[in-house]
Ligand binder design. Sequence first.
Ligand code: SF4
Length: 75
Amino acid sequence: MLRIYHHRIKCIGCNYCVEAAPYRWEMNSTDGKSNLKDATEKKGFYIVLVSDDELEDNLEAAEICPVNIIRVEKI
Ligand code: SF4
């Protein structure tokens, strides 16, 4: 199991996370930031639990995010 964090308020809307893992990320046309799909908000962070098979793509998203606001944690 993995926990993915998104510090959404700092998102600059570059779309890279969506390209890396489109099943987990999407752009929000209202404010131009990305949404972490199925996540729930807690103190400004959006958090979701997903299965291990999403590790590679979401690690890539975390790596390429230019503002470093995606974190992937194995639990
Ligand atoms: S890669 Fe980072 S800055 Fe770019 S849309 Fe995704 S979360 Fe936002």
